[in-house]
Design a protein around this ligand. Structure first.
Ligand SMILES: Cc1cc2nc3c(=O)[nH]c(=O)nc-3n(C[C@H](O)[C@H](O)[C@H](O)COP(=O)(O)O)c2cc1C
Length: 351
């Protein structure tokens, strides 16, 4: 069965222009990553998970995650927490920040999160999960989506019991990453469960896990009946994977790789400030320059450089033609026009 990835679809009344969704990833899904994802074909992008406790305390770093650029829409902001009232308050902030969807995290397997009763642990407490979705759906007119794993234990099918209850409570879409929390990222995503979930609910389901190519995307869409596929790790430092999934010529030249990396670096410095960006960006050097694109010692050298300026110079020296490509990219990318919440400007670090 041929599946058209360029077909639009809806979550509630929000139209999603393609059937490719960029995954929320903590420590990765900054604005620059999301905007790049949109340019390369993602129809929907999502923030990384944002702590509702951080929102409640007006924590500066947390509120930074609520910054939305005008060319990101449609965009989901993902929240995590365990208290329905706090989740409802956070959903109102997400709406004020200009998001199109509120996404709830019932999938995070990390101890720091699960020990607070949030993330994946809510799949073991379906009544509380239902209360959360219901409180959030009542708090905002935005469509509410939920992202979950198959369950906490290996082989669990809990998602099939909880999923329909979450829809009844007001979820307008479900994303399933069919691994257990125990598995973390080992083994394989079992999309047979995605097929079962699609059959059980009458809202769109997004399939997440191990989507790395157009062939895989087409196969998962065709066999599961999911409305869209979500791509995470394959897009780290590699927006060309998104282009390939959308059916476009994907293999970039070295100049294109370096230019995209430089644009990403500049955007990230603007967003996070130079100090935070310097550490944050280090993992991206390997992601962009790996895959046989540049020799290993070169990647290792970049990580040791103290400033972003030094990294820029080194990258230009390795691929002088990147200057032209970068100039073109910068002229094409819409200048950032952020929606700011009605809160003291200082919380945005002046950005
Ligand atoms: C570094 C990293 C951070 C992640 N952070 C989040 C997150 O904040 N919220 C979430 O729902 N899922 C998170 N995930 C899970 C991904 O969204 C996705 O479901 C998972 O990686 C499987 O998809 P993939 O095989 O395409 O990577 C994260 C995954 C990775 C690798």
């Amino acid at each position: 069965m041929h599946v058209d990835l360029r077909e639009s679809w809806f979550i509630g009344e929000v139209e999603i222009p393609t059937r490719l969704v960029l995954a929320p990833m903590a420590g990765v899904s900054v604005q620059a990553f999301r905007r790049q994802g949109r340019r390369y074909g993602a129809g929907l992008v999502c923030s990384e998970m944002v702590s509702v406790a951080g929102i409640a305390h007006r924590n500066e770093r947390t509120l930074d995650y609520l910054r939305v650029a005008s060319d990101e829409h449609p965009l989901a902001i993902q929240i995590f927490g365990s208290d329905p009232g706090a989740m409802a308050d956070a959903a109102r902030m997400v709406e004020a920040a200009g998001a199109d969807l509120v996404d709830i995290n019932f999938g995070c397997p990390v101890k720091k999160v699960t020990k607070t009763g949030a993330g994946c642990s809510l799949l073991d407490d379906p009544d509380q999960a239902v209360r959360i979705v219901s409180a959030v759906a009542d708090a905002t007119p935005l469509p509410v989506s939920v992202k979950m794993r198959r369950g906490t234990e290996n082989g669990s099918r809990v998602c099939l019991d909880v999923g329909p209850r979450l829809v009844e409570a007001g979820a307008a879409s479900l994303t399933l990453h069919p691994r257990s929390a125990k598995q973390m990222y080992t083994g394989q995503a079992d999309h047979a469960l995605t097929t079962e979930l699609v059959d059980l609910v009458d809202v769109p389901v997004i399939a997440s896990g191990d989507i790395t190519s157009r062939a895989r995307a087409q196969a998962v869409l065709a066999t599961t009946g999911a409305s869209a596929v979500m791509v995470g790790r394959a897009a780290q430092g590699n927006p060309w994977a998104l282009a390939e999934i959308m059916g476009e010529e994907a293999e970039p030249s070295r100049e294109e790789v370096v230019a995209e990396l430089l644009l990403f670096m500049r955007e990230t410095v603007r967003e996070l400030g130079e100090f935070r960006a310097t550490g944050f960006l280090k993992k991206f050097y390997g992601w962009y320059l790996g895959r046989g694109r540049f020799p290993k010692p070169f990647k290792q050298e970049l990580v040791t450089l103290a400033t972003i300026d030094e990294v820029e110079l080194r990258l230009f020296a390795a691929a002088p033609g990147a200057r032209e490509v970068l100039k073109r990219l910068e002229s094409e990318v819409v200048p950032v026009d952020e929606v700011l919440l009605e809160l003291p400007i200082s919380i945005y670090g002046g950005g």
